[in-house]
Design a protein around this ligand. Structure first.
Ligand code: ADP
Ligand code: MG
Length: 695
């Protein structure tokens, strides 16, 4: 039976409604379910006594309900306090609850719960823990002897249903098999003797005999078997694209006027040598008649946007249009503002496309793009919708490309000029991937580095302060605001849920507002309407507000040079590269900037090492390397950190030693089993889809 052709609806309990939700996760066949791999694992193999709980860990614990009441503070909530026999207490807090849940948590009932421990106003607490109540004569016990998988989910589809669905799919798998698409040579490769079937079963449902640390660190043979296949699939896909491109031509662009020069001389600063060098590389590419596929990498703040603008100027000057695509609306909006401020004075019309334009606006924009009136079009993934037709697209620029999958990135090329002529493509990223690695993994791209920051930048001072001294930090914010500086306050939560993230940010916003009565505060989180988000960002950019309270939505690219202080809450939970990105929101102007990492007490040694790495260095490459060394073993991080959102299980940094094997296997397949190429690509990359997840 070919699992790729069995629809999910064949599984028990999966009706058309559920199938629709699964489709949003790009799951439509049984094979898709099996390759929908856990993001991470939870450890429910131990029952941790309340006395041993520390903030930041996700654990199973137990206690007897001592109080349970509905509170009417800023938001209605249910607060239930449980205690162990020694009287140690833990609060369970629910913002969404029903009568029945409230009933179940009666005083005197024994509860066993699982959740992330946080510091609450009085007690340690768990927000929305999973819980079960135990009958009077039953003592708490651990039913799990292995790790619990956590899957990527979507609105209306919860972990538990996802687990049921994968259970059902795994049952099917046990009685059949999944097609091995890697040649024998792969099975001989050291360490990869696990069959695909066994690997899938292990990764979905680790066994009590499996090495927990190896699984958490991604070093387990089962994980590595899947990683190998995923990397092979990506390499093959990139090669397919490359082969297709080799057959194509791109417009031969020779700037005829002096638009690039005009742009550069209108700036209040001079370009760095690194910027000039990269612009020259791009100019050479687009003048060659062959399609450019260039990746520009530069650390946060290195000035990638201007390189993009200069490239755009060259292309516009040669008579072609340019599309500039950013992964989030906030970022797209910002590019729109920068590009407009640079190009409006030069008489170059900028178009604008995003998901939520009114029908009328959209029609006008589409017309101006189709007629060629808009010379540069800035937008989100809305740019590659079907109805967008360019008159003469010569270059696509994709910012922060690690946020897009290879296929999304490349589907913009299809917007190009007729026949065999495709547009040039420039992609930009701040994700520090060492050069050799980038060459291998992005085999389709040429590679430029902006290895120099604009002059006058001062190193960002980074300090770590325990949350117990939060009030001091707030005073520091007040002081900075008084000096006319602007401040970011970043709220982080480990929960996957947007709703909880948003409510944490809202709470913090209210809290800060209470302390900082005269401070003008903006709030941005993923649950807000795009227009509200933009309005808030805009206020902050224009310095109509002093403090921006935000979730990690501001992690990529936001540029407000006047902001010189950033506070990052729960810093111990974020990956180093993500912290580096966040910190890069400051230090963009001439002011001495600071970053305060707020952390919970009781840090592990590893967490302390990570924080000191950030304090030691402002170099994204160094930090990425250290990130890799320090990651792993029992540390639960939200998602894989470095390198890309486009991998399901591979991590380029972690798995770099596999790359030579990946190359050999790919070559073997291309030469001896070309019929397996498309099935492999489909299995791992799926259909190209213009859907892009929320910020
Ligand atoms: P990133 O590489 O992180 O995308 P940006 O393009 O947002 O960086 O640039 C960061 C800031 O530096 C912007 O405010 C930009 O105007 C400014 N900038 C860019 N190039 C230079 C330069 N050569 N000299 C001074 N400031 C520059
Ligand atoms: Mg940028």
């Amino acid at each position: 039976m070919d699992l790729a052709s069995v629809p999910v609806t064949r599984l028990k309990g999966v009706g058309p409604k559920l199938a629709d939700k699964l489709k949003r996760l790009k799951i439509s066949s049984l094979q898709d379910v099996l390759f929908h791999l856990p993001l991470r694992y939870q450890d429910r193999t131990r029952l941790v006594p309340i006395a041993e709980l520390i903030p930041g860990i996700e654990v199973m614990t137990t206690g007897v309900v001592v109080t349970c009441e509905v509170l009417f503070r800023r938001r209605r909530s249910l607060l239930c306090v449980i205690a162990d026999q020694q009287g140690n207490q833990l609060a369970l807090r629910f913002f969404h609850f029903n009568q029945q849940q409230q009933q179940r948590l009666r005083v005197g009932v024994q509860v066993q719960c699982y959740g992330e421990v946080r510091r609450g106003p009085q007690l340690l607490e768990m927000v929305h823990p999973e819980f079960q109540t135990l009958a009077a004569n039953v003592s708490a016990s651990i039913s799990d002897d292995a790790l619990t998988p956590v899957y990527p989910v979507t609105e209306g589809l919860h972990q538990l249903s996802m687990r049921k669905i994968t259970d059902a799919a795994l049952q099917q798998l046990r009685s059949s098999d999944v097609q091995e698409l890697l040649p024998l040579s792969a099975q001989h490769a050291a360490n990869h003797s696990v069959s695909l079937k066994k690997a899938l079963i292990t990764v979905h449902r680790p066994d009590s005999s499996d090495d927990i640390d190896a699984l958490l660190q991604g070093k387990h043979a089962a994980v590595q078997r899947l990683v190998l296949e995923e990397l092979v699939a990506h390499r093959l896909s990139v090669q397919q694209i490359r082969n297709a491109i080799k057959k194509q031509r791109a417009p031969l662009l020779k700037p005829s006027g002096n638009l690039p020069q005009q742009l550069i001389s209108s700036l209040p600063f001079t370009l760095t040598n690194a910027q000039l060098r990269v612009i020259e590389e791009i100019r050479a590419d687009i003048g060659s008649g062959l399609p450019m596929l260039r990746l520009v990498q530069g650390d946060v703040g290195s000035g990638k946007t201007l390189v993009a603008a200069a490239a755009a100027a060259c292309v516009v000057d040669s008579g072609y249009q340019v599309a500039v695509m950013a992964p989030t609306e906030i970022l797209a909006e910002q590019h729109l503002l920068s590009f407009s401020s640079w190009f409006d004075p030069l008489g170059v019309k900028i178009g604008w496309l995003k998901g939520k334009l009114t029908a009328k606006q959209k029609r006008a924009e589409l017309e101006s793009i189709a007629s060629g009136q808009a010379r540069i079009v800035v937008g989100t993934h809305a740019l590659f919708q079907q109805d967008v037709v360019f008159k003469d697209l010569g270059l696509t620029i994709v910012d922060e490309q690690h946020r897009f999958g290879v296929h999304q990135r490349l589907s913009l090329r299809e917007k190009g000029v007729a026949g065999n002529i495709v547009p040039h493509q420039l992609t930009m990223t701040a994700t520090p991937i060492p050069r050799t690695l980038a060459m291998t993994s992005y085999a389709d791209l040429d590679y430029s580095v902006i290895d120099e920051l604009p002059p006058g930048r001062q190193a960002i001072t980074t300090v770590a302060i325990p949350n117990a001294r939060r009030v001091e930090v707030i005073e520091r914010v007040a002081q900075a605001v008084k000096e006319g500086r602007q401040v970011y306050w970043v709220c982080t939560l480990i929960e996957e849920s947007d709703a909880l993230q948003a409510s944490a940010a809202e709470d913090t916003c209210v809290e800060l507002q209470e302390y900082l009565a005269d401070t003008r505060v903006s709030l941005v989180h993923g649950r807000m309407h795009a227009t509200e988000k933009e309005a808030a960002m805009q206020q902050f950019k224009n310095h109509h507000t002093d403090l921006l309270v935000a979730t990690t939505v501001i992690e990529v690219g936001v540029d407000v040079p006047n902001a010189s202080l950033i506070i990052i809450e729960n810093a111990e939970r974020l990956g180093l590269s993500q912290l580096h990105q966040l910190r890069g929101r400051v230090g963009r102007g001439h002011k001495q900037s600071s970053c305060v990492l707020l952390f919970e007490q009781g840090l592990s040694q590893r967490a302390r090492d990570r924080i000191s790495t950030l304090r030691e260095s402002n170099d994204g490459f160094y930090i990425a390397e250290r990130d890799l060394e320090l990651r792993g073993a029992g540390e639960v991080l939200g998602t894989r950190q470095t390198g890309a959102a486009q991998f399901r299980i591979a991590d380029l940094m972690r798995d770099k030693t596999l790359l030579p094997t990946v190359k050999n296997i790919s070559d073997d397949i291309t030469e001896h089993h070309p019929e397996n190429i498309m099935p492999l690509i489909m299995r791992w990359l799926g259909e190209e889809s213009p859907e892009y997840g929320n910020v």
